[in-house]
Design a protein around this ligand. Structure first.
Ligand SMILES: [Zn+2]
Length: 282
């Protein structure tokens, strides 16, 4: 680990005149902590920095993008807004925290969890990014937990970005989807669609091997990495690429009536005729 900061002697704050302000070292720690490894390693291109979503950190948005691009956007946004606490969570984490808090309340037991309530999870970030469709199996509590989490932020006028994967949109077949969640999103979130910029996930390895740096300096956003760009140009993007998600084997549930969703969610309800799904429409 790094040696003790010479500016603040490790206290994390520095005195400027009458005021105590956060030391640069604390800022970097906070940024890194809010950035999961997969975001730190993301390949940020100039095109990402030019996206209108970069300036939407105070708005609620449903961002429909490829996961590769979303990671890049989140990284760029965190670096561009260093004094803003930006966190990435998921419908799965929200469900886990929600269910965990309920069962703990019943048991009166308080150990082993980082977040004791939905409020602990949802309240602190200035901007919360929620990865939708991270839940890999059906769960009764999930749509309610997601709705509560979204509404918690809305009630306090704190911005949230809901991320819906271009390759696996949050829609009727999603485990945290409900008509009610869909309605909340439809009436409170602007939909922002990002055309694919980075090649699909299967090219991750090539991208990383051309030498991507971690989150070391804010300057990195001013100097787009030229080599990966060149490498990417030479790789033609295939028409159709199956998303590579080896860890996720989603089984249709017993009440599956057929392939309503190619992601295998079993559905007991018929899809409603008015387009109530996200991500596929135009
Ligand atoms: Zn310091």
């Amino acid at each position: 680990m790094a040696a003790t900061c010479r500016t603040c002697s490790g206290s994390g704050v520095v005195e400027i005149g009458e005021r105590m302000i956060e030391c640069e070292c604390a800022l970097v720690r906070r940024m890194a902590a809010s950035m999961p490894a997969y975001v730190r390693r993301a390949d940020v291109r100039k095109e990402h920095l030019d996206l209108p979503i970069m300036g939407m950190t105070r708005r609620n948005a449903l961002v429909v993008a490829s996961w590769q691009d979303m990671k890049a956007v989140v990284k760029a946004v965190i670096i561009a807004n260093q004094r803003m606490f930006i966190k990435v969570t998921s419908d799965r984490e929200i469900r886990d925290v929600y269910v965990g808090s309920k069962s703990r309340a019943a048991r009166g037991d308080d150990e082993g969890q980082i977040y004791n309530s939905l409020e602990d999870l949802m309240d602190p970030p200035a901007l919360m990014v929620v990865r939708m469709n991270e839940l890999s199996y059906k769960n009764k509590a999930a749509p309610g937990a997601l709705e509560e989490a979204i509404c918690y932020r809305m009630d306090r006028e704190k911005p949230t970005w809901l991320f819906s994967d271009l390759d696996k949109p949050f829609s009727l077949g999603s485990h945290a989807w409900s008509e009610s969640v869909a309605e909340v999103i439809r009436s409170n979130f602007v939909t922002v669609r990002l055309a694919r910029i980075l090649p699909p996930a299967s090219f991750d390895q090539e991208a990383e091997s051309v030498g991507l740096t971690g989150v070391t300096s804010a300057q990195s956003r001013d100097t787009p990495t030229a080599e990966p760009a060149t490498a990417a140009e030479s790789i033609p993007e295939p028409e159709r690429v199956e998303p590579v998600r080896p860890k996720k084997v989603i089984r249709p549930s017993e009440d599956d009536e057929g392939p309503l969703s190619k992601y295998g969610a079993g559905l007991s309800k018929k899809p409603s005729s008015k387009g109530s799904s996200f991500g596929r429409g135009r």
